[in-house]
Design a protein around this ligand. Structure first.
Ligand SMILES: C[S@@+](CC[C@H](N)C(=O)[O-])C[C@H]1O[C@@H](n2cnc3c(N)ncnc32)[C@H](O)[C@@H]1O
Length: 211
């Protein structure tokens, strides 16, 4: 319940309600880069914490079939508006920490900006450890999250307390990946609903499942 409150108040729902789109509609950098070494045509993709669906829509356009999951009805409402009529995207409202695929093993998981929203570090660890059950051996994981090096978000995201772990811990957690690229860099941004400049240190990891 507390987690849901955080999602509504300090998280992103305020922005989703006020602006559509709230996020850029272009795909994330790792997702775009992946097109240079992965053919998404006919890939089965799971987008975990899809938000308004910029990555899902981009990959569906390249021929992937995408299951796109987000806990926020406001995010999925914006996604429906932005990508109305797009084929091959299955929008699902739910908590990705409990997401289980009964009949599909995915070729690709996109995990963009969601795990720092989880209430606890143990949620992050359990969630990351479950990814090899969702994605086939040799499949691709594209991961991005705030890390604990530098966050300047008090004014821009009041009430939002992201769960932060170190870049090195993320690298350890993703020991089941053959790493394609990994970085720890600052992102300077502002959001359209309040325009407040702020900084996030971001871990980005792309890799192939090796277990
Ligand atoms: C920073 S946004 C990123 C959205 C999208 N991946 C993108 O890159 O534009 C994080 C998203 O994760 C969603 N989220 C947070 N916790 C979640 C959970 N437990 N299950 C599903 N979605 C969650 C939020 O609603 C939000 O839309």
């Amino acid at each position: 319940m507390e987690y849901q409150m955080q999602m509504d108040k300090g998280g992103y729902d305020d922005g989703y309600d006020k602006c559509c789109p709230f996020w850029d509609v272009s795909p994330g950098s790792l997702v775009r880069e992946a097109t240079s070494y992965w053919s998404f045509s006919d890939s089965k993709v799971i987008d975990l914490g899809c938000g308004e669906g910029k990555n899902a829509a981009f990959l569906a356009e390249l021929g992937a079939t995408v299951d796109a999951v987000d806990i926020s009805g406001a995010a999925l409402k914006n996604a429906g508006r932005l990508w109305a009529g797009r084929k091959c995207i299955n929008w699902i409202q739910g908590d990705v920490r409990r997401f289980i695929s009964r009949d599909v093993t995915y070729d690709v998981a996109v995990v963009y900006g969601v795990v720092h929203c989880f209430p606890d570090k143990s949620d992050i660890e359990q969630f990351v450890n479950r990814l090899p059950q969702l994605v086939r051996r040799g499949g691709l994981v594209l991961f991005c999250s705030f890390n604990d090096r530098r966050q300047d978000i008090e004014r821009a995201h009041p009430n939002f307390k992201p769960t932060l772990i170190s870049h090195e811990r993320y690298l350890n957690l993703f020991g089941f990946l053959d790493i394609v690229s990994a970085s720890d860099m600052d992102l300077h941004e502002s959001h359209p609903h309040n325009g407040i400049e702020h900084v996030h240190s971001l871990t980005r990891i792309a890799g192939r499942i090796n277990v």
